[in-house]
Design a protein around this ligand. Sequence first.
Ligand SMILES: O=C(CO)COP(=O)(O)O
Length: 250
Amino acid sequence: MRRTLIAGNWKMNTDHAAAVALAEGVAKGSGDVENADLLVCPPSIYLESVGKALDGSPVALGAQNMYAQPNGAFTGEISAAMLTDVGAEYVILGHSERRNIMGETNAMVNEKTLAALEAGLVPIVCVGELLEQREGGKTGEVIAEQFAGSLASLTADQVTKIVIAYEPVWAIGTGKVATPEQAEEVHADLRRLLKESYNDEIADKVRILYGGSVKPSNAAELMSQPNVDGALVGGASLKPEDFLGIAKAV
Ligand SMILES: O=C(CO)COP(=O)(O)O
């Protein structure tokens, strides 16, 4: 049985005081959440302070990105070991904003995924199609290509340690949420790809999150789909009551 994961991607938002206050708010309300694991992913510079604010609560800490190399002359980058050093347990990889704004490729996401696993982090590997790709009937093809490229050469044991997030780019920050049926269709497709690449038992273990305009008002219906195992929440993760409202709707 897969336990639901509600993850907050704070993106490039908050300042130090706001990050700590948000984390404290989430930690304080987390005791009322029964049916979901909680995770927050602040900007890397606030990881340590947010980690302290979460201390003693069941809320896990994650980062939004990392570099694949362990150390060295990579100005401005942060390694997986640096993330674990400040208490991160998860890392979001290949978010569509990194793919589409920073030019990250499937090969780069794959390298990062392997490095994250090596360091003991849980990678949340993101996939998702652009609006024109959906309208052009290419969603299945795009997802299959991102799946194959981003997860290339992962062993069966490694794939059971990852989380996949399906985030249709047209639903991110737009208020235009995918219908539960649209989400389930792609999630079922991802589960099928896992079954084909590994086996049924392994495919059944992997959590597949939906992301894109998730709110307390639409969370229950999305989460009730058989292959939707949680949410990766952007805007609504910036208010404790909304983020916790999503988790309580599970
Ligand atoms: O990109 C997202 C989470 O990673 C989704 O963002 P929104 O919830 O703001 O649409």
